[in-house]
Design a protein around this ligand. Structure first.
Ligand code: 5AD
Ligand code: SF4
Length: 470
């Protein structure tokens, strides 16, 4: 696909701004402040998409509310990664039949990854007739036009074609107030891990222009954001589609030159594309956090092969070894799937032993969930849920002990942290993050919010550190 087909032309974006204006004018004639509720499920990429939706909604004249009952427009921004996430969305859709009964004018929309699944769209068409608008991640930038169609036609609108993914620059964004911000640097995924639905719903990889990313990060730093996370399904393949020889480590090195007091994080990284050069760039930088989320998924070579991960246990261990060597104190986290089709107990225990060997600071752990349409969903899966749960519990037990031990080693030490929130706990009213993104519950004054400060770590458990300002 040509690069010019990937970038949405400015003329098309201008048309969307016209639709925003149409909607704004329509409401001016009808009522003071239409309200919209955006309910986002799933990963940070989806959170970032939700922030763009909110930006477009504000441009259409909506104010935002968290309460579906009082909203003129409710949008469920959905996740398809596991069955549980989908079940929750269908549960919420069920509840919305009641709000719509009370307010028949209410518009209900469903977007995000589920909206790009033919199976889901069929079910919505047939059994959830109160849903007015359905659009997939590829159509996000056209949201103003789609919403206008709903108001104009009073009919149902579906924009769920399997169109190729695009990049739309300059969509307005409503960010969380405070110190943290998310920046998508690329969209889509080319990897087709055999269990994963993402490549089917988010299309092929496409990287934003480096200058657009740099300008966005610079503006965020200037606006006072201090903890900025670069997002992509696999940031390590950033730039491959640009054909300019410019890759993720180059982007990191250029971002690092932006003056200011801030930290850069990124996720996710695919181990097959993580290089020693990347770790060298991180180690030499001033602003890139010594933190790495490097999903391993399994510690067994046969399972890794069946997952189509394209690295071995040993290659992963060597990579991590190098990263730790050039970045002492590196905080390392990972994703693990237990119970992949055909996995045996011995193979699951290989994953547990890898976890022990690496000593991750924390893990995101999942029991395998079949996703219709993926390769793994067609594989025989004879092991019972109960048996998988036992393996899973073993993994958690091992990891919790490791996390507790690593956290205990912080006690008595001084750490530079970024104060990022309030906890509601009278004894430790503030929350903060270490450079490695470990949570610190903090004694101290609210005035410290948004600042980097030195704290003494006074206590710890499996999930958090406790501290006091020095
Ligand atoms: N079942 C369970 N976990 C999954 N993940 C992705 N697909 C599935 C699935 N079908 C997990 C992987 C991935 C994380 C975002 O979600 O561990 O890294
Ligand atoms: Fe899914 Fe693999 Fe792509 Fe991650 S890299 S989104 S797990 S296919």
């Amino acid at each position: 696909m040509e690069r010019k087909d990937v970038l949405v032309p400015e003329a098309d974006l201008a048309r969307q701004r016209d639709f925003q204006e149409n909607i704004r004018r329509m409401f001016e004639g009808r009522q003071a402040h239409p309200r919209a509720c955006v309910d986002t499920f799933g990963c940070q990429q989806n959170v970032a998409d939700g922030q763009k939706l909110m930006g477009m909604l504000q441009a259409c004249g909506f104010t935002l509310t968290d309460e579906p009952k009082e909203a003129d427009l409710v949008i469920l921004n959905t996740c398809a990664i596991r069955e549980h996430a989908e079940d929750r969305v269908f549960g919420n859709l069920g509840i919305l039949t009641h709000t719509k009964k009370e307010d028949p004018e209410q518009v209900i929309a469903l977007c995000g990854c589920m909206a790009q699944e033919a199976r889901v769209v069929k079910r919505i068409r047939e059994s959830y007739r109160h849903v007015d608008l359905v659009f997939g991640p590829q159509a996000l930038w056209k949201f103003p036009e789609l919403l206008w169609q709903v108001y104009e036609t009073h009919g149902r609108v579906f924009s769920v074609a399997d169109e190729h993914g695009t990049i739309a620059e300059g969509i307005p964004v409503v960010r969380e107030k405070g110190v943290k911000a998310w920046v998508s640097i690329m969209y889509g995924c080319n990897n087709f891990c055999s269990y994963c639905i993402v490549p089917y719903v988010r299309g092929r990889e496409r990287s934003r222009d480096p200058q657009a990313v740099l300008a966005e990060v610079r503006a965020l730093v200037e606006a006072g954001y201090k903890d900025i996370t670069l997002l992509g399904q696999n940031v390590n393949s950033y730039g491959n589609d640009l054909d300019t020889g410019y890759h993720f480590p180059d982007l990191l090195a250029d971002i690092d030159q932006i003056p200011g007091e801030y930290l850069i994080r990124f996720m996710s990284s695919h181990p097959k594309d993580a290089t020693r050069h990347l770790f060298d760039v991180m180690a030499a930088s001033r602003h890139i956090a010594r933190q790495l989320h490097l999903p391993v998924q399994s510690g067994n070579d046969r399972v890794l092969h069946e997952m189509n991960r394209r690295y071995t246990r040993q290659q992963y261990l060597d990579l991590v070894d190098y990263a730790k060597r050039v970045m002492p104190g590196l905080v390392l986290t990972s994703d693990i799937i237990i119970g992949f089709p055909g996995e045996t107990e011995a193979e699951a225990m290989d994953t547990v032993s890898l976890v022990e060997e690496v000593g991750f600071d924390a893990l995101f752990t999942f029991i395998y969930s079949p996703r219709p349409g993926t390769k793994a969903a067609a594989m025989p899966d004879p092991v019972s849920r109960e048996e998988k749960q036992k393996w899973f519990d073993k993994l958690l037990e091992v990891q919790n002990a490791i996390s507790a031990k690593l956290h205990a080693a912080y006690v008595g030490k001084t750490q530079r942290v970024l104060v990022d929130g309030e906890s509601g706990d009278a004894d430790y009213p503030l929350t903060a993050r270490t450079e490695g993104n470990r949570l610190v519950r903090l004694k101290g004054d609210k005035a410290l919010m948004g600042q980097f400060i030195d704290v003494t770590i006074t206590g710890s458990n499996t999930w958090a550190l406790y501290g006091e300002a020095v």
